[in-house]
Design a protein around this ligand. Sequence first.
Ligand code: NAD
Length: 483
Amino acid sequence: MREHLWYDATQVHIGGAWRAPTGGGQLDLEDPSTGDLIGTIARGTADDIDAAVMAAQAALSGNWGSMSAVERGRILTRIGLLVQDRIEALTIIEATDVGKPLTQARNDALALARYMEFYGGAADKIMGETIPYLDGYTVYTLREPHGVTGHIVPWNYPMQIIGRSVGAALAMGNACVLKPAEEACLTALAFVAIAEEAGLPPGALNVVPGLGEEAGAALAAHPGVHHVSFTGSVATGEKVQAAAAKNVTPVTLELGGKSPQIVFDDADLDAALPFLVGACIQNAGQTCSASSRVLIQRGIYDDLVTRMADRYRTMTSAPARLDANLGPLISARQKQIVEGYIAKGADLRLAGQGIVAPDAPATGHYVPATLFADVPPDHSLARDEIFGPVQVAIPFEDEDDAVRIANGTDYGLVASVWTDNGARQMRMAKAIRAGQVFINNYGAGGGVELPFGGVGKSGHGREKGFEALYGFSTLKTVAARHG
Ligand code: NAD
């Protein structure tokens, strides 16, 4: 796969200009499908973050800060159209960088365009209120941008996460500093070039690739940043929140999950089956909202596990360009972690497993899709976020039992309930601790319009939909006494 370059992967992008990172450091860039080094990316430093924050502040003091909401919206809409024009190029870049099968990478590029379309249209539709108050007063609220927003994103869905977080922040008139993941940052660099081509003023979006503990930590701790949006692991989220707390900077944390699908014996199993498996193996299981647990009512348990296992046996892991069911994992380290979990399941029932394509390069990071059955809810495979294509099936007796197991992890990101019983649908939706509950479907990460975020160790704050626009703005109350 050949890259289509209209950006410079070896540089940072600050104040509308490409420049070498301070100190000139570079980091190796690997293709996870082959393990080959395919280039280098900039190793941005704390000085680069500082320069990016200053460039963002300058944009806010300049024409970006004074631009009308409708004009901001038009720019975002134009960005979406340019992304749409480059879907195939972005698909290939992301497939190479992340190891995503082409169809899945294309979906991410389309989602990025859709986020720009959504937030472009929404930019001038966020309004304040007037509040009835004392006689002789007029009171109203103003929705204002935070100012400089920091965005720290992971490698698993770069385009989707940039779309939902940077898109909403720009729509509200913030100026952004984006720190993409060191494992996959190319579409972030491609995106800023597209955004400026569409008319985004210099400094409104700055991109500084680099290591988490260098550039990322500097961004989280920067006193000139007024809001931090972090998507990534719980351990890093804790550090980001602690660093931001020193400046009393608000933080949105989009962290991990152990999201359950709960299947009752009255469900339409033919409709459920593709979602039950697909929502886990998507992006080789490296999805925060992957449904890595399937809870199945006892009476249909054996039959449904057999049908899921049959499906697993058809799953192939192969290089991204072959567009198989699964690509490789992002790195040798991630592969080692996931294989460690599969080894921990040695005492469990291995119900079904896919294959790694025989001609997949041995230096790529492939793990077969794996289904374990009869897994005790307190087993580490049923509690830990594995972040690989490993799913567990757990039997349950009744609604109470299902709720107890579903709510029995530290996480609460997404859940689904499969049942034709309307009253049960409502009861379960209320009883489950999660940021999103799907009924008779499952949207792993999907739905630009749907507010998304977690409870518990899945994080706090909401992105996507209109809710993100509230998160990326602050409310000012104006009370005028006029007699
Ligand atoms: P990670 O926490 O290691 O890295 C995420 C980002 O944080 C990267 O850009 C990294 O460079 C940066 N970072 C690392 N150390 C830092 C520090 N000390 N200070 C500031 N930034 C730092 O996560 P990962 O392994 O890349 O991603 C996988 C995790 O992300 C999983 O747990 C997954 O569930 C989660 N995730 C959550 C969502 C969601 O929306 N809830 C979406 C995607 C991924």
